[in-house]
Structure formats: C-alpha cells, structure tokens
Design a protein around this ligand. Structure first.
Ligand code: ZN
Length: 289
C-alpha cells in the first residue's frame, strides 16, 4: 500500500483534491469496516497526501451514518500522522460571516447516535484519553497561518458545536448555543476528532462558514442551496490552504497527540483478549504486546 503522512478529509463540496500528482485510488479494509470511499493517495507540494471524501463521492452518507472508525483507521494504516478536515458550518456570532473560515479550538458535543471510540466493544480495554484540547494546537497554528495567507477572513480559535442532524437547529437551540459563547455549528468534526486522538493522529478542522444558522433576524434561514453555493466558493480556498500547510509541517511531532494512548490504557494488559488485541493492534500494538 502507498504511504502518506498527511490526510485530508473533505466535507460537503470537497470530493476531489486538485493538484495531486502520481495519484492512486486505494481501497482499504479495516477491522471496523470499509471507509466512506476509496482513498486517493498522491503527491502535493512534494509531500504524500491521502484524501478521503467524508460523505463519499456523490455525497451518499449522512453525518450520523458515516463509518468514522473505518475512516480514521484506514488513514492510520496508510501512515497518516496529520489530518486536516474540512467541514461546512453555520455561524453563531455576528462577526463571523458567510464565506469566513474558522479554525476552532474547542468543541461542544451535541451528538446522540454515534460511536465515539475505538474502545466501545465489551472485550476492548478501558481507555481514557485526554481531550481537553480536542484539536492539535500545532497543526491548527500551521493551518491558521496558511489560511491567513489566502484572501478572505479567517478566525483563530472558537467553539464548534457538533449537532446530530440531519435537520438543522431550531431557533431556540441556535440561541442557546449563542448564549454558551459558541462560534459555529455543524454536523461533523465529531467523532472524528475523538477517534483521531485515540489513534494518536494530529487533527484540525477548517470550518467553512456557509450561513448564519437560523438565529439571525435579518438573514434568511439556512437552506441546502445557500450552503452549497457558499461552499463551492470556499472549496478553492480550502484547497489552497491545504497546499500551503502541507509544505509547512515539521518532520517530528512534539505535541501531545503523538503519545495520547501511552498512559491511557487502564485495563491490565494480560486481561485484554487476543481477539481485541488483534483488532486494535494498529492503535495499541506499540504499548500492549
Ligand atoms: Zn498534534
């Protein structure tokens, strides 16, 4: 299989990655099933990149039904250490406008029906990974600096509310999240960020703002048409940021993500069944023999 240190997860509107050379479509199978689609591996700015369209080509898979464990595991199996995810989002603040970008630094989890961990099966070891800072600070800074070199506004930091969907929020919910001081709302980035941390992969999100959700009194309420129109205008910018960031990543990782599992596995290693060890080998193999 080809290898890549950088993974890109494309959200709505971002189903292909232009500018890749030496491209191979790789079908990956994992102990958690098949990922959303074939992974496109190629070269960008001299670096190997693995690109995965989150919802599959043709946007077939809803946020709730995404095979997120397979997606993260598949990227890990290709050698990915850094994931830049691109997600569409609604603004919850007056000063964050449609077509702005936000590189969030916090998350509020309002999902209800998702698998959140690689360690949920009854035979899996009990694992508690630190998640106080859900996005990699190092990668977020690099992506922010790359974004600041492109045309248009970018906001550094902010809280991303992840809702279950597939319907958009009610006005009362939207106002509640505003009262919490949150910046943007969307339906992805979780459980991706949690699974990436468990897989010791650095993870950040470029939230592409498409609308003012439904709280804004002078703007129309959000529709799919509005989102797609603004997304397509944002996709080229997101691609340019990925190209710039790819060339700026350090060789060695010094952030906490790289060793997130080291002190997190509580279960006595000799009590982990062999089948669970085998299923989780790519994740825990370096700590559990
Ligand atoms: Zn990191």
């Amino acid at each position: 299989m080809p290898e890549a240190k950088i993974g890109i997860i494309g959200g709505s509107g971002l189903y292909e990655m232009d500018g890749l050379t030496d491209v191979q479509d790789v079908q990956v199978d994992t102990p958690f099933g098949k990922p959303s689609d074939a992974i496109m591996v190629g070269k960008l700015e001299g670096q190997a990149i693995a690109f995965l369209p989150r919802h599959g080509r043709g946007h077939r898979i809803s946020p709730t039904n995404l095979p997120v464990r397979a997606n993260i595991h598949a990227l890990k199996s290709l050698g990915v250490e850094w994931i830049v995810s691109v997600s569409s989002a609604g603004s919850l603040k007056d000063n964050i406008h449609p077509l702005d970008l936000v590189i969030p630094d916090q998350i509020i989890d309002r999902t209800k029906s998702r698998v959140n961990s690689f360690f949920e099966e009854p035979d899996a070891p009990v694992v508690h990974v630190g998640f106080a800072d859900p996005y990699c600070p190092l990668l977020s800074q690099i992506v922010y600096e790359a974004a600041a070199q492109t045309k248009g506004a970018v906001h550094k930091g902010g809280t991303y509310v992840v809702m279950e969907g597939p319907l958009f929020s009610t006005r009362a919910e939207s106002n509640l999240y505003r009262s919490w001081g949150a910046s943007v709302i969307g339906m992805t980035t979780l459980p991706e960020a949690k699974l990436a941390r468990e897989a010791e992969i650095c993870y950040t999100t470029i939230a592409c703002v498409t609308d003012f959700d439904c709280w804004h009194e002078t703007e129309e309420s959000v529709t799919v048409d509005m989102i797609i129109g603004n997304l397509l205008r944002n996709v080229d910018r997101a691609k340019a940021i990925v190209r710039k960031a790819a060339g700026a990543l350090p060789i060695e990782r010094t952030c906490v993500c790289a060793t997130a599992l080291r002190d997190a596995i509580i279960t006595s290693h000799d009590l982990i069944p062999p089948e669970a060890k085998e299923r989780l080998r790519l994740l825990i193999g370096k700590y559990v023999q």
